[in-house]
Design a protein around this ligand. Structure first.
Ligand SMILES: [Zn+2]
Length: 97
């Protein structure tokens, strides 16, 4: 990844020492494939993250939607019927109301 720098003329030697390259066509300094731009932070355009940490990729997992009556039924009966084991939990969520 190429990152352009805004290096004042007075800083050009230091930028070069740190590894910046000069683009004669665009007449600007830049760095290429440098993961940590902290050393160049003072010359980075506004909005550049000097740590190089990429934002987390967007998740493709569908969000889980649960309603007010959601609960984990931990037995084998039909949830809308309930049984002595889970009847209280079923009633508490309003499934048989
Ligand atoms: Zn049950």
């Amino acid at each position: 990844m190429r990152t352009n720098l805004r290096v004042p003329f007075a800083d050009k030697d230091e930028a070069k020492r740190l590894g910046a390259r000069w683009d004669p066509a665009k007449k600007l300094w830049y760095v290429h494939n440098i993961a940590n731009l902290a050393a160049f932070a003072r010359w980075l355009p506004a909005g550049t993250d000097p740590t190089g940490d990429a934002p987390p990729p967007p998740t493709t997992a569908a969000p889980v939607h649960t309603g007010a009556r959601y609960f984990v039924l931990s037995c084998d009966c039909l949830p809308w019927v309930g049984c002595p084991q889970c009847g209280a939990a079923v009633d508490a969520r309003g499934w048989r109301a």
